[in-house]
Design a protein. Sequence first.
Length: 327
Amino acid sequence: MSAPDVAHGAVPLARVHRGDLVESVHLGHVVVLAPDGSVRVALGDPDVVIWPRSSLKPVQAVAMLDHGLDVSGEDLALVCASHSGEAGHLAVVHRLLAAAGLTEDDLGNTPDWPLSPEAAWQRRAAGHGPAPLTQNCSGKHAGMLATCRVAGWPTDGYLDPAHPLQRAVVATAAELTGVPVEHVTVDGCGAPLLSSTLTGLARAFGTIAAAAAGDGGSAPARVGRAMATHPWHVGGTGRDVTAFMSTVPGLVAKDGADGVYAAGLPDGGAVALKVLDGSGRPRAAVLAAALGLAGVDPSAVADVADTPVLGHGRPVGAVRATFGAHA
């Protein structure tokens, strides 16, 4: 099935100021949902069809819990993570695998270096190369493998879209987003990647965050609590996704490749964004501005939003959202 080009209806979301000139402009789409799920603010096309990339991981984790995965805390946060490959992240991946009677040799994700420059340097210095373990999606893949074990599904072929696990993920994604999955491809880590709309992605995050704020034990509540309580395990040292969740109580946020970000608030409000050129550079500034429109105190996230433009190693400008309190 075809879909309109993601550029259709895109608007400026952030300007890159260097000195006294605007050097670059990032276009894209933003949607802000009210707690009742209605669209509070839409910039660009709120129903643009996108690949959510790693922002879909919390939804995938809900499917895993619904089909028998029994983890919580740091372990569940790591299943939802695009981790930086630091030692504490890798230890949790090993723990997830060992609990299911598996090893890192069972991981089917693409070998890669850690996202953390320091962790990548240490790995090189130790004489090691890229590996599935150190790739940022290894927690999700460990969770998928562990789910297969408890559900009685084969671990071989767990990345095949026809595998029972992946069919379960499709059903959960459609349920939480309220949007049928009309397109499927392969993500960078090798797992099936499912399409959604920007509004659908925000709706899923609002549901997860609101459930986490209650006292229930549903899969969405468990996922949201794990992420909000263990933000370092969702990202890592110096990562803005970790900083946002550490700063805003109850916030459930997840970054994704190619300029995607989504976040849900305890009251059920939510935001999602897609940067048209796929750049990660403006994401923090744009997410902070969108959270302000959703009711978060803009001053609370101003430091996380701060994205300096450097000249000779010092700030000579900044990336600023085109909307919100700091526009």
